[in-house]
Design a binder for this molecule. Structure first.
Ligand code: NAD
Ligand code: UDP
Ligand code: UDP
Length: 313
């Protein structure tokens, strides 16, 4: 059955892919975005679809629409962007969550929160299970994002306890793919853009820190599966690819796929940069029947193809 679905942050990297997927399934999609990091270019191929609608709106202000489901993705996600205006980042996570939860409460509809592996901070438990409470600095440069997302999770679970809302909290691990912003400073886009331009690869620290990279189509599938679960499934649920790589290994893979001869240039490690990260996806396997299907090499190939095209345009 088709639904009318609200996606906040729908013009962003993940939101645009989610919009595509939900439209392809025959739903109506209302994309709400203030275009801080989102772009018209990410969604303009959807403008011709009569089931797609865009509202320029900031989620820190109340929103009155009538929908059947809400995906709350609005929030800058890269360290460069979320640290640009950190007060607005916290407001977006916290006040934005309150407004979207108020909307879900009035409509009595399910609401999914795009939470993050950053709630685990610089994790002392490896790989990270949902039971782990995390290791987050409350006053550092990453805190606006980490603590904002943690407070949003608190709000989701309190609306559940107080108002019995149908909440779904997904903890997204590093995701990559076409339509990443070329200048948002994230490692996959940085390395690919640098390799394609023949510029030095900027390696922060010694490159031994790890991340686990999930291709965007796999992530979107996990989000849709979680939204499709019953009232009893709230999460939090980790969704990410357990394949763990050092940043040096990532650089090597990007150099091989692009055929680039860029050198590697070492830079200081940013403050509070997590040393390691890998999702334990036992719960996603059990409750969603989900696991990633796209290996890093093939996901990187699609992403490189996208950037080759985007940079030439
Ligand atoms: P993105 O920056 O591409 O998208 C975020 C979107 O939210 C943008 O379109 C932006 O304009 C919009 N936005 C920001 N503030 C807003 C506001 N106040 N009101 C309305 N719209 C606003 O980032 P993304 O990678 O697509 O991330 C989407 C969501 O997934 C975010 O909530 C992010 O925290 C979460 N997430 C992403 C990753 C990842 O690796 N990409 C990992 C964990 C969690
Ligand atoms: N809200 C909204 N759209 C709605 C309903 C509520 O944006 O359709 C906002 C509203 O501005 C409120 C917030 O959601 O501040 C929280 O709503 P809730 O009903 O939980 O709280 P209250 O209205 O009692 O403060
Ligand atoms: N990183 C890097 N070079 C870059 C950008 C990032 O070495 O040009 C490192 C960064 O220090 C971190 C990892 O890559 O250890 C992932 O960074 P990103 O900003 O993509 O995501 P996050 O730190 O939020 O997981």
């Amino acid at each position: 059955m088709s639904s009318r679905i609200l996606i906040t942050g729908g013009a962003g990297f993940i939101g645009s892919h989610l919009s595509e997927r939900l439209l392809a399934e025959g739903n109506e999609v209302i994309c709400v975005d203030n275009f801080f990091t989102g772009a018209r270019a990410n969604i303009e191929h959807l403008f011709g679809n009569p089931r797609f609608e865009v509202l320029r709106h900031d989620v820190t202000f109340p929103l009155y629409v009538e929908v059947d489901q809400i995906y709350n993705l609005a929030c800058p996600a890269s360290p460069v962007h979320y640290q640009h205006d950190p007060v607005q980042t916290t407001k977006t996570s916290v006040v934005g969550a309150i407004n979207m939860l108020g909307l879900a409460k009035r409509l009595r509809v399910p609401i999914l929160q795009a939470s993050t592996s950053e709630v685990y901070g610089d994790p002392a438990v490896h790989p990270q299970t949902e039971e782990y409470w995390g290791n987050v600095n409350p006053i550092g440069p990453r805190s606006c994002y980490d603590e904002g997302k943690r407070a949003a999770e608190t709000l989701f679970f309190d609306y559940r306890r107080q108002h019995d809302l149908d909440i779904k909290v997904i903890r997204i691990f590093n995701t990559y793919g076409p339509r990443m912003h070329p200048n948002d400073g994230r490692v996959v886009s940085n390395f690919i853009v640098q390799a394609l331009r023949g510029e030095p690869i900027t390696m922060y620290g010694d490159g031994s820190q790890t991340r686990s990279f999930c291709y965007v189509d796999d992530l979107v599938d996990g989000m849709v599966r979680l939204m499709g679960t019953g009232h009893d499934v709230t999460g939090p649920i980790n969704v990410g690819n357990p394949g763990e790589f050092t940043m040096l290994e990532l650089a090597q893979a990007v150099l091989e796929i692009t055929g680039s001869r860029s050198s590697i240039e070492y830079r200081p490690l940013p403050q509070d940069d997590p040393r390691q990260r890998q999702p334990d996806i036992t719960r996603a396997r059990r409750e969603l029947g989900w696991e990633p299907t796209v290996a890093l090499a093939s996901g990187l190939q699609s992403t490189v193809d996208y950037f080759r095209h985007a940079l030439a345009a």
